[in-house]
Write a new protein. Sequence first.
Length: 223
Amino acid sequence: MQLAPSLLSADFARLADEAAVVADVADWLHVDVMDGHFVPNLTLGLPVVEALLKHASLPLDCHLMIDDPDRWAPGYAEAGARNVTIHVEAASAPVRTLRAIRAAGARAGLAVNPATPVEPYADLLHEMDMLLLMTVDPGFGHQHFLDVVLPKIRRARALIGGRDASVWLQVDGGVHEETIGRCAEAGADMFVAGSAVFGAADPAGVVTQLRGLAERAWAARPD
C-alpha cells in the first residue's frame, strides 16, 4: 500500500514545510497540476515543481490535469518527477506520450475520469506503470467520494491482475478514513489523500492511520 498526500490541500505559501511534515510516513508527494482549461481550477506548473524538487525528500507524483499533455508531460519527467500521469481525455497520442515519459526516466501513469470507462484502455496497460481512477470529478479538493467508481476499481484490478501486478492502481478524490478501506478492498493499492491529511492537526498521524486501514482491507481481499 502506497500513500501519496496531495499538496493541493497544503498551504501553497509553505509547500516545502508541508512536504516535510509527511516525509517520514508517506511514500510520495502528489502534485496536482491544473491549467484552468482541462479543469476549471488553476494551481501550479513546472517552475513550482522544479523548485519543490530541490527541497522535497519524497518522490513527486505529478498528476497533469491539463490540455495538451502530449506537449507538456515529458518536461515534468525531465525535471525529475518520478511519476507523471496524463489524462486520457486530454491526450491526443497517449501511447507516444507515455513512452516519452518513460524515456525521460519517470514512471508513466494514465488517468481516467469517473465517467470514462476503463475497458477501452486495457490494451495500453503495458505502456503504463500506473492507472489512476478519479473518484471525484477532477478540478477541486474537498469533494465527496463517488461510490459509483468502486465497481470500476474492481474491474480495473481484474484487468491489471492480482497482488503481484506490475501496474499500480491509484485512486484520487475523497479518500479518507471512511473510504480508503473500501478502495483497497476493491483493488486499489495507491492512494491520494489531500484534505484528509493536510486539513488535520496531525498530518503524519493521519497518513499512518490511512495506511493501516488500507493494509487491513487489502489483506482481507479474497484473491
